[in-house]
Write a protein that binds this ligand. Structure first.
Ligand code: 0A1
Ligand code: ZN
Length: 849
């Protein structure tokens, strides 16, 4: 192990730092292997702290010299930082260190990507740049001078001076070190400007490598839309003279909200119709909004410590989802978010990696940038809004910004704002932050003398470290439909606070059909014994678009589970109901496309496991194939018309309307390909003039076991475009038939273009392997072994990405004894790799349990 004894950090141990930082001055002399960083930092004792130890974090730094108030000091340097004797009065700390950005492959701290210097400091990367109290509750203004022989030199804040080979930046807003950023390189700007609502002009730049200028326009529009939306909806205005975004090819995550200088994975910002799909455009718009919104929820108000990560992430995800709902379609956005939550957060919350939205301990904080903190964190805010109402939410948010601007806060501060603004006691609601696991709600119905009674029972299974759970407050949105399909009771929120609770509805003429958990009003699993006929009724009549979709989805799951466990034939209620929906031209094409989507094979495996059945990945795969085939047959007559929607009038636009039509057209083409063996897809491929259609046609061909020629043509066409080639790698693995998956994936790892040190390329291949359910769980165990080989290889180079990819194994205990033994062997092999990183060590030990 690289770190002999990994230490666990606990929320309960929080203490404030002994010193306040009044200002930070940094000077960078850039050189690939020997960058010098000089720091001058003004400290003064913190009257609120009892521990006055002067410890500065620092890792992989070569200390050249250090002084306090001008007098040279010799600190005690450890692996994680240094101690020095500090005066009990204000003092100035100065230090000079040397770092090696060119050899920084972990992409944390200051590193190089294609000859460009860039930084990533969240969560604890600043300590790899210089000695500093690298914790989010230490906030200061920063002035940065960059000396370097490169045309573009950027840092946070406003530009305050520049000349040949140097630039100076000043950030007037106090910030924690994790929001520090520096970029230097040969970059081009796509520029624009924005006038804020109070009339200030902000210069906007999107900086890219030469050659990428044609992929900036969409991102810039998304930025301006986000700035306007945050003014209109939250009353939040931008607060600097410039806003810079930089696209970087080598990046561990999607993007980073550094103050005034957002750094983006190029996959999360660069887009053009020829190279990006509609889904890419939509994701880019959401990420740009997300990072921009962090300026208030994250930067102006930040986190006291990393346990409070959801304070900024849950809220900012919630805000970016609101934005997408407003600028696109609200029901479609909600359905997509729930699909994503079930695909990523539910498995996490119901397996060995389960943790509360606000964790109570960690070894490596980078392992807690999870779907639970982000997506469940956002769901918790959605519930809070549902419980206090839109006005209560607006008042609470205004109070939050007023009261806490400039501070580093906790979840307690956040909930107190809601209590003070609305008068509501949130004592029980707090459990959503401290209790892990997905609550399950069981539904019972009773009907007598015009009174309908719904009895809801909640329970949350044990999770690591939390054997006992207490009832949570769960907002359950319910509407009632009469026998003819009319809504007899509009949506109301039932507040489930007890373990078991009944709700009555009086004065009804006939027994109603309930539509429960409308809009997915809480992140729970609903356990309802309804018949296929009842679900089909909701699919036909529910006025709540989410639950209408959900009815179709549960019909699909039910039929698939019966096909797996009872060898049943595809259910007619499902097929007829789906056909009726597809025929209904009054329904949004995007919505109809989502109706055609099936639950993922991994989700089906989880459902089987919940019902006490050991999932057989091949049996699930076969059931899905059979249902798809039956669907193609049953929908045969409507498919050509649905497919024709792909051909829109006028030039390509990634807007909701056009992309919805293409989504429906592509879903139809996938079914047509099952009938014609890919003949139509081949001609669609030949005439596709945008990446959405090109990729949808190629996918159909690969699924049909064809597409050799097209794959080769695609390679020739796009071999010089990294982002488009990521798709080429990903698609082949994602769509490989289960029997050939390990072999295809292995062959691709030997391809000359498999630049495995680039996180996007690594994820494209290995992430797709993990997502190809039946192929990953190939009975030979070859896919497990292949992934483990590559995780072992990547770990010394990039621990963060390695650790994140380990979650591919998190569901291992669902499967049969043979597969469990093979996975355990791979996990143990990874664990015993020499010098395994702290990141990966923690993940593997948690997964092994
Ligand atoms: N705060 C960013 C996510 C992020 C987190 C860590 C990173 O490096 C380890 C990079 C980005 C966001 O929420 O967008
Ligand atoms: Zn974020």
């Amino acid at each position: 192990m690289r770190d002999a004894a990994p230490t666990t950090i606990y929320l309960k141990d929080y203490t404030p730092f002994g010193y306040i930082v009044d200002s930070v001055h940094l000077t960078f002399d850039l050189a690939p292997h020997a960058t010098r960083v000089k720091s001058r930092i003004s400290f003064r004792p913190n009257p609120e702290a009892t521990d006055t130890t002067f410890f500065l974090h620092g890792e992989n730094l070569r200390l050249i010299r250090a002084s306090i108030d001008g007098a040279e000091v010799t600190p005690e340097v450890t692996g994680g930082g240094l101690f020095a004797a500090a005066p009990a009065a204000p003092f100035v700390w100065e230090a000079e260190v040397e770092i090696d950005p060119a050899n920084n492959t972990a992409l944390e701290g200051l590193y190089m990507s294609n000859g460009m210097y860039c930084t990533q400091c969240e969560a604890e990367g600043f300590r790899k740049i210089t000695y500093y109290p690298d914790r989010p509750d230490v906030m200061s203004t920063f002035t940065v001078r960059i000396n370097g022989d490169l045309p573009v030199l950027l840092s946070n804040g406003n530009p305050t001076g520049s000349g040949e080979g140097w630039a100076e930046w000043t950030d007037p807003w106090p910030k924690p070190a994790y929001l520090f950023a520096l970029v230097a390189g040969d970059l081009l700007a796509h520029s624009d400007s924005y006038i804020t609502r109070s009339g200030r002009e902000v210069a906007l730049n999107l900086w890219v490598r030469p050659g990428d200028e044609g992929k900036c326009a969409f991102g810039m529009e998304a930025l301006k839309k986000s700035m306007k939306w945050d003014e209109d909806v939250y009353g939040r205005e931008y607060d600097l003279d410039v806003f810079n975004i930089v696209a970087v090819d080598d990046f561990n995550m999607g993007a980073m909200e550094n103050k005034g200088l957002n750094i983006f994975n190029s996959a999360a910002v660069l887009a053009s119709p020829e190279t990006s799909t509609d889904a890419n455009f939509e994701r880019i718009e959401a990420i740009i909004a997300h990072e921009y919104f962090h300026n208030w929820t994250g930067n102006r108000i930040t986190c006291r410590d990393w346990f409070q990560l959801c304070l900024k992430e849950g809220l900012t995800v919630f805000r970016d989802a609101q934005f997408t709902s407003d600028v696109r379609s609200a029901p479609v956005e909600r359905i997509r978010d729930v699909i994503d939550l079930r695909a990523r957060q539910f498995p996490e919350d119901n397996g060995p990696l389960s943790h509360p939205v606000r964790p109570e301990s960690f070894q490596e904080i980078n392992n807690f940038y999870t779907a639970t903190v982000y997506e469940k964190g956002a769901e918790v805010i959605g519930m809070l809004k549902r419980l206090v109402g839109d006005d209560g939410y607006a008042k609470a948010l205004d109070l939050y910004f007023d009261r806490h601007d400039g501070q580093a806060c906790t979840i307690e501060d956040w909930l107190k704002v809601f209590e003070d603004a609305t008068g509501r006691d949130l004592g029980q609601f707090q459990r959503w932050y401290s209790q892990a696991g997905t609550p399950r709600i069981k539904v019972e119905e009773a009907w007598a003398d015009g009174t309908y009674t719904l009895t809801l029972s909640q329970s949350t299974p044990p999770t690591p470290g939390q054997p006992q759970k207490h009832p949570q407050v769960i907002p359950v949105a319910v509407g009632l439909l009469g026998p003819n399909g009319d809504e007899v009771r509009p949506t109301e929120i039932l507040e489930l606070t007890e373990a078991r609770q009944s709700f009555t509805f009086q004065g009804l003429a006939a027994k109603p059909v309930p539509s429960i958990l409308r809009g997915f009003s809480a992140p729970v699993i609903l356990d309802q014994d309804s018949t296929p006929a009842q679900r089909a009724f909701l699919l036909a009549h529910d006025t709540d678009p989410f639950n209408r979709w959900e009815a179709g989805r549960s019909l699909a799951s039910d039929t698939l589970l019966k096909m797996v466990t009872q060898d049943a034939a595809p259910d007619a209620d499902y097929l007829d109901g789906l056909l009726a929906v597809l025929r209904d031209d009054g329904l949004d094409p995007a919505y109809r496309a989502l109706m055609l989507d099936l639950p993922s094979q991994s989700e089906l495996a989880a459902m089987l496991h919940d019902r006490g059945v050991t999932p057989d990945p091949m049996a699930i795969w076969t059931a899905v194939e059979t249902l798809r085939q039956a669907t193609a047959q049953h929908m045969q007559d409507v498919l050509p018309r649905l497919h024709s929607q792909s051909q829109v009038d006028g030039p390509y636009s990634p807007d909701a309307e056009q992309s919805g039509k293409r989504a429906l057209g592509s879903a139809a083409l996938a079914l047509i390909s099952r009938q014609d063996g890919g003949a139509q897809a081949a001609s669609e491929y030949a005439r596709a003039d945008n990446m959405t259609l090109q990729l949808s046609a190629l996918s159909c061909l690969l699924k049909a076991g064809k597409g050799e020629t097209e794959l080769a043509a695609y390679y020739d066409q796009w071999r010089d475009d990294r982002l488009v080639m990521d798709k080429w790698f990903g698609l082949q693995v994602a769509l490989a038939s289960p029997d050939r998956t390990p072999q295809i994936a292995r062959q691709l790892t030997q391809h000359a273009d498999f630049n495995w040190k680039n996180p996007n390329r690594f994820r494209a291949l290995m992430g797709s392997l993990a997502m190809n359910h039946a192929g990953f769980h190939h009975e030979s165990g070859a896919s497990y072994a292949l992934l483990a080989d590559w995780l072992i290889r990547l770990d010394p180079v990039n621990p963060q990405t390695t650790a994140r990819m380990c979650s591919a194994f998190q569901t291992w205990k669902r499967y049969d004894a043979g597969r469990q033994a093979m996975i355990r062997a791979q996990l143990e092999r990874i664990a015993s790799a020499p010098d395994l990183s702290r990141d990966t060590t923690e993940m593997i030990s948690r997964i092994l349990g």
